[in-house]
Design a protein around this ligand. Structure first.
Ligand SMILES: [Zn+2]
Length: 185
């Protein structure tokens, strides 16, 4: 988790980068690649989530499918239809030596316009949802809280818990080698 490895300073960040390099591929300029290492984009596939296309690393696609099944099963009381997704990103959007999990294809953003990032730079932190009174971060987004718990069941970390308060963003922090199968869809 970002909040944990950043506490350890640069060594925590470097270990987090190396773990992802070994698991998901070499994002150029970061970490030490194996001699035969491919870029994460070489293992990206187009999948769907809640009916929308999104490009993700193939290793996390079964976990994403499980999150969708769980949302359809457990969040029916909180209807929500996403209209925009973002998966793999080919450039790094973090500064200070950190690498976004989007670069590894293991992060997904859901409706960035409706689920903002109140701890991010402009214009994200200027969204009306960031200034209105709210008891918790869940109250600052359009996506139902139920979705967060559904994602969490399958190894995705919600960056709304982080100091960035990035409520649109989930990233797979489970061990991809422990995913055994994809559900029937
Ligand atoms: Zn994101």
């Amino acid at each position: 988790m970002r909040g944990n490895f950043l506490k350890e300073g640069s060594s925590g960040n470097l270990r987090a980068i190396q773990y992802r390099t070994d698991q998901y591929g070499y994002f150029k300029g970061f970490g030490h690649p194996a001699p035969d290492a491919k870029s994460p984009s070489a293992d990206v596939v187009e999948t769907t989530f809640m009916g929308l296309p999104v490009k993700m690393h193939r290793k996390v696609v079964p976990a994403l499918a499980c999150a969708e099944v769980e949302i359809r099963r457990s969040c029916a009381d909180h209807p929500y239809t996403p209209h925009a997704l973002a998966g793999i990103r080919y450039r790094n959007t973090y500064r200070g030596g950190e690498v976004t999990n989007h670069a590894y294809g293991i992060a997904i953003d859901i409706d960035p316009g409706q689920n903002s990032c109140c701890g991010c730079v402009k214009p994200w932190n200027e969204a009306p949802a960031c200034t209105r009174p709210a008891k918790t971060e869940y109250d600052r987004m359009a996506m139902p809280e139920c979705w967060v718990h559904a994602f969490e069941r399958f190894g995705f970390y919600w960056l709304g818990h982080d100091r960035l308060r990035d409520t649109m963003h989930f990233e797979f922090l489970g061990d991809p080698d422990k995913i055994v199968s994809s559900p029937a869809r």
